[in-house]
Design a protein around this ligand. Structure first.
Ligand SMILES: NC(=O)c1ccc[n+]([C@@H]2O[C@H](COP(=O)([O-])OP(=O)(O)OC[C@H]3O[C@@H](n4cnc5c(N)ncnc54)[C@H](O)[C@@H]3O)[C@@H](O)[C@H]2O)c1
Length: 231
């Protein structure tokens, strides 16, 4: 099976490939920036249920991921920004300003960073948790908004700002490139949603690189979350 499309297509097709005849080989050909630097890489496939996102899925690595940045020429600006949030996340994790590179190189380096992490931890048991940088907060905001009105990219941008603050690092890169705007969601609902993810710990940046499963006092995490929410 060949999956040609954005992250939605590669997730659904990959899941179909994981389950049809108990698993057939598949090839991912991602056509969005999110797909090329994130969704098409790493073997996670999933579909959503009415009860929540990605609730049914499987690890099923594509035999190949074919990435052609020229496919992005027709991508609307809105979708490009979604991908830029993941590129900034990857650059922060890699400790390199990948976002400054020309597009083909930016895609190549971001994709190879994710592939390296996933190949070292294919079943998400350790190092791969670093890919959640900013995403614990982002998921909480998206859930509190019932997945409407807050795009994943803008939630990730806010989440990256919170992760940088909690890591004691400047937020200028995120502010300048992604201009995150606080979202209007119910604070208690966001806090409850964050609680589900928080047990696993946060991803923060340190001088020795990213750290995962970091436990911080609730009041610090709550303050960081509250700063992302508009009154
Ligand atoms: N499996 C993973 O590891 C992983 C990682 C990140 C995201 N995801 C999933 O990926 C999905 C989001 O993916 P996405 O951001 O690619 O969104 P998407 O697949 O919905 O695509 C966004 C839009 O762009 C259009 N499009 C695709 N390629 C285009 C092109 N070359 N030119 C013009 N338009 C094009 C699509 O038709 C769609 O309207 C979510 O469901 C998310 O859960 C999965």
């Amino acid at each position: 099976m060949v999956a040609l499309g954005g992250g939605c297509v590669t997730d659904v097709a990959g899941f179909a490939a994981a389950t049809y005849l108990r698993g057939i080989p598949w090839v991912a050909v991602p056509t969005t920036l999110v797909g090329q630097v994130d969704a098409g890489i790493g073997g996670k496939t999933a579909i959503d249920l009415p009860e929540g996102k990605n609730l049914v899925g499987a690890f099923h690595w594509p035999v190949r991921t074919v990435i052609d940045p020229a496919l992005l020429e027709t991508l609307p600006e809105r979708e490009r920004r979604e991908g830029l949030a993941e590129v900034v996340k990857t650059g922060l994790l890699a400790g390199e300003p990948l976002w400054q590179l020309p597009q083909p190189e930016l895609v190549r380096r971001s994709a190879s960073f994710k592939a390296g992490v996933c190949l070292r931890d294919p079943y998400d048991r350790g190092e791969r948790h670093i890919l959640n940088l900013g995403h614990t907060f982002a998921h909480a905001l998206e859930a509190a908004a019932s997945y409407e009105g807050v795009t994943h990219g803008s939630a990730v941008a806010l989440g990256l700002r919170a992760a940088l603050r909690l890591s004691g690092r400047p937020t200028a890169v995120v502010d300048e490139l992604l201009s995150p705007k606080p979202v209007r969601v119910d604070r208690e609902r966001a806090w409850r949603a964050l609680g589900r993810d928080k047990k696993r710990g946060l991803v923060l940046l340190s001088d020795d690189g990213p750290k995962w499963d970091v436990q911080l006092p609730d009041e610090d995490v709550r303050r960081a979350l509250d700063e992302l929410i508009a009154d």
